[in-house]
Write a protein that binds this ligand. Sequence first.
Ligand code: AHR
Length: 503
Amino acid sequence: MSTARIVADLDFPIGEIDRRLFGSFVEHIGRCVYTGIFEPGHPEADARGFRRDVLALVRELGVTLVRYPGGNFLSGYNWEDGVGPAEKRPRRLDLAWFSTEPNSFGTNEFIDWCRAAGTEPFFCVNLGTRGPDDARRLLEYCNHAGGTELSELRRAHGYPAPHGIRLWGLGNEMDGPWQMGGKTAYEYGRLARETAKLMRWVDPAVELAACGSSGREMPSFGAWDYEVLDQCYEQVDCLSLHQYFTNFDGDDVEFLAAPDLMDRYIREVVAVCDAVGAKHRSSKKIMLAFDEYNVWWKARPTGKLRKLEGWPEAPAFNEEIYNFADALVLGGALLALLNNADRVKIACLAQLVNVIAPIMTEPGGKAWRQTIFFPFAHVANLARGVALRQTVESETFVSKTLGELDYVLSSICHDAAAKRISIFALNRHLTEPIDLAVELRGAAGSLRFENGEVLAGFGLESVNSAAGEAIHPSPQREATVTDGALRTRLPPASWNVFTLSYD
Ligand code: AHR
């Protein structure tokens, strides 16, 4: 039997967990918006066309923030097309996904939907085909109280109160050759700087995220991030990161190492941010917005497949069906975010509905939870307060790309106000259980067990579908708390969650 030991002290935090770490992403792509969150005429749709069954699942998932409207779609989007009377809105070619965009859902519908879902909007401005002028005009339309042409236009559209959107993204993946209006790092850095300047003059309360590299695998990774920040360090608050995990070789051991790569990637980007800060002799720290991450490979269109024929409207594509292995990897990714809570303040699971998503829908029919829904819901609903530093002793395995890694990945969160501790633990051993002891210093006397859940016992390839959610958590009963320590057995290939409290 393998054993593992984790030690944490309530007085030694990594950093405060920003509630915006549990964000997601709604892009105009495939069936994410149309027949996803918005389907007028569906039996569950409200008067605005919002699917109530989907809204209920979004609330259950615990999503705190939603990025919108893209993604690659953003870089060709005219925000004016999506406001005002729906029947007057133009239909347009979307060159990101070779689809037809009807524009029947736009800015104001998205804000209404966020309010209904109980989440905060994270709006992005098009810096691909457009620029600072459109960004400042959109911000004035959204956030200015009244008395100007654009704020009065919003009021005339039925929104007398400003939307008060605080968080804004400056473009999307601007280093990508696939991006409409892609830029060099210098061009984009200057553009981000000037756009940020204008946006802050319109509304000083905004928080701004600049585009980092669109992935660690980009040849310009690092150099891009450095140059962009060199141009706009004092004007922006965060730098964005994107990462999609793949398992093309069917090597599950290697696949389960993906969270360590995410952790490494975060630390590398932090190092680049701080190097620019040092060059500028700045006391400011740039935070990270990990605003796209997920498993994505089975339904990923590459090369020619990216180009759909016939300009379809809301085509069913990029609909990744998540298996149990994907849920384990996604759980590990969430741990990487928590364990870097001092610098990662925003994160968005890409995406929310149908397209690489935890929630699936049938047009006119059911909505259901994919396997990745569960680890996300656990963390979003239970990780509060601060993430704690940990020392982990675990048996190890060897990853081809990352070397020796612990079988056990974990995160411990302490909510001092509620006197509650949440422990999340992934056992990456595919065949062996692990006996785990978690010693929690600082709450020893009165520490008690509250609840435990586990996702385990499924084939790695098993999936959920409209016909049933075979994969779902069960109570984790193998846990005791004595002398300030949790002792438990982690089943092979398992995602485990424990809640403890103290007086
Ligand atoms: O999330 C799907 C796509 O992946 C986004 O549109 C883009 O930003 C990324 O490449």
